[in-house]
Design a protein around this ligand. Structure first.
Ligand code: FPP
Length: 226
């Protein structure tokens, strides 16, 4: 039987370079990148087998960027969520943020929670945006919730405390770099990794389809033998 791509996770890299290549400001790349988020989410919501799509939208390290770029990303996220609420509902997509959103402004936190609540009844695709997310931060927060436990800590106990509790099947990184950048390190333990030079604003459903096709043929052994 071929593999099922139930959980796809994407590191959406290359927005800034895409814009610079066209002589535009970096933030233009983020703006176009947000449109690609919508296209890919809609595609996944209409594709059999895909249950979850997790997208790296803002990392715990992204605060190091220039203040204006960070502010732009915050505003873009707020507008995106408000505008896309109807699209989430039309496509039966549940929005489930991961990451520590307490660092965001009160009004952005309110928007995030509003979309999460209003889509909570949707039972199609789960779209998770990783927001102020870092895998190490997520694991530390999980372990801190368990530190008073008397029993030995198990993998299952840690997993149950993570923001994202599901193993990743396919992890894609666009933009040409071959690293995981602190994204879903625990959940991607046995993920199939796909790195593409395509910059995120140029990423298409066609390329995603090709990746899924390749994935279905991979022999996954999870550390065992065939
Ligand atoms: C990486 O590109 C991308 C980000 C840090 C942010 C991802 C944001 C989006 C895709 C758009 C907004 C998303 C939503 C959901 C509204 P980069 O800036 O690191 O590009 P570079 O490597 O070319 O500099």
């Amino acid at each position: 039987m071929s593999n099922q791509a139930k959980h796809i996770a994407i590191i959406m890299d290359g927005n800034g370079r895409w814009a610079e290549l066209q002589g535009k400001k970096r933030v233009k790349g983020h703006e176009v990148g947000a449109k690609v988020v919508k296209e890919i989410t809609t595609y996944c919501s209409n594709t059999k087998d895909i249950e979850r799509l997790t997208l790296y939208a803002f990392s715990t390290e992204n605060w190091k960027r220039p203040r204006l770029e960070v502010e732009f990303l915050m505003k873009l996220l707020d507008t995106y969520l408000k505008n896309e609420l109807s699209v989430y509902l039309e496509n039966n997509v549940r929005f489930e943020p991961i990451g520590d959103i307490r660092a965001f402004s009160k009004s952005l936190q309110k928007t995030i929670k509003m979309v999460e609540e209003k889509t909570s009844h949707c039972d199609g695709l789960i779209q998770s945006l990783a927001l102020n997310y870092g895998s190490q931060d997520e694991i530390i927060r999980a372990i801190n919730t368990l530190k008073d436990t008397k029993d030995d800590i198990t993998a299952e106990m840690i997993s149950n405390q993570l923001d994202c509790k599901c193993d990743v099947d396919i992890l894609i990184r666009t933009g040409g770099d071959n690293r995981l950048s602190n994204f879903l390190l625990w959940q991607a333990a046995y993920a199939e990794l796909f790195f593409t030079d395509t910059l995120w604003p140029d990423f298409t459903t066609k390329e995603l389809e090709k990746i899924i096709k390749k994935f279905t043929k991979v022999e996954r052994r999870f550390g065992g033998l065939k």
